[in-house]
Design a protein around this ligand. Structure first.
Ligand code: CP
Ligand code: NVA
Length: 314
């Protein structure tokens, strides 16, 4: 069965099968090789793409912008201060207007409900560039990087350390359980993921042959890890929680000791970036030989381009 994603939105990996996720990763690997060879197929010639940002961004914004330009599309950046979305105009009305003008819409912001409404009312593909709950395009870049380093995604032991209930932990747990990975979250109990989401992901893991372990014991959790991943302790919009988070997450810092506790000298270190050095990760680890964070950042561009081409391309 060949994969056809034309017209689909990309709001969460819950909506995608393992085969579809692997297809997007492989398309990104192909687009990366083509870009490096100077081949641009202009798969989105003549298309107009809206990029809505309620929250700041470096990688995601630049990936969508460059992805559009490489493929012949026009990107239009719309910050929350430029448009009426949810303030002077309902999300439904903005969605219907943008849907008449644009061929695809990226949204980064607070509520998952907003990105869902944009998809429902615009009638064009909508891509989630991060919400409080999810960050699915980041996971594609992470899986692409893993495939480049290990030649496969299924069966990889992936350990996420830190805030176990933020958008990255959620998105990675969804993606990893769909792909049949051996997935571990190490976090303090107060920051464990939502029980309902864990149950859903356990059902995906059952189907894919994956595993999910949630533990508060860092040394136990990292044993045999192929990948150790972390994210900021304080996500965008939660700044008032900084002191409390630093206090509770200190034992979950990714440092040399934690990397060595894997017992595997080939463990790689990953981070979605931006990173707060000496908080969730030491400078030594992020700058060290195990770190692949800049390959991962570059792969945002190739994977985001793949999502746009697959869903809104020719
Ligand atoms: N990883 C990521 O989403 O980065 P930005 O916030 O810079 O887009
Ligand atoms: N959890 C982080 C991810 C940034 C890419 C945040 O939401 O700020």
């Amino acid at each position: 069965m060949s994969v056809n994603l034309k017209g689909r939105s990309f709001l969460t990996l819950k909506d995608y099968t393992a085969e579809e996720i692997e297809y997007l990763v492989d398309l990104a690997i192909d687009l990366k090789a083509k870009k490096k060879a100077g081949i641009f197929e202009k798969n989105m010639e003549g298309k107009n793409i809206a990029l809505i940002f309620e929250k700041p961004s470096t990688r995601t914004r630049c990936s969508f912008t460059i992805g559009c330009i490489d493929e012949g599309a026009h990107p239009e950046y719309l910050s929350k201060d430029d448009i009426q979305l949810g303030h002077k105009e309902t999300v439904e009305d903005t969605a219907r207007v943008l849907g008449r003008m644009f061929d695809g819409i990226e949204f980064r912001g607070f509520s998952q409900e907003t990105v869902e409404k944009l998809a429902k009312y615009s009638g064009v593909p909508v891509w989630n560039g991060l919400t409080d709950e999810d960050h699915p395009t980041q996971v594609l870049a992470d899986f692409m990087t893993i495939k480049e380093k290990f030649g496969k995604i299924k069966g990889i032991k992936f350990v996420y350390a830190g805030d176990g209930r933020n958008n990255m932990a959620n998105a990675l747990m969804i993606g990893a359980s769909k792909m049949g990975m051996d997935f571990v979250i190490i976090a303090p109990e107060s920051l464990y993921p939502d029980e309902k989401l864990v149950e859903l992901c356990r059902s995906y893991a059952k189907e894919s042959g994956g595993e999910i372990l949630i533990t508060s014991d860092p040394k136990e959790g990292v044993k045999g890890a192929d990948v150790i991943y972390t994210d900021v302790w304080v996500s965008m919009g939660e700044e008032e929680k900084a002191a409390e988070r630093i206090a509770v997450l200190r034992p979950y810092q990714v440092n040399r000791e934690l990397m060595e506790a894997t017992g595997n000298k080939n463990t790689i270190f990953m981070h979605c970036l931006p990173a707060v050095r000496e908080k969730e990760v030491t400078n030594e680890v992020i700058e060290g030989p195990s770190s692949v964070v800049f390959d991962e950042a570059e792969n945002r561009m190739h994977t985001i381009k793949a999502v746009m081409v697959a869903t809104a391309g020719k």
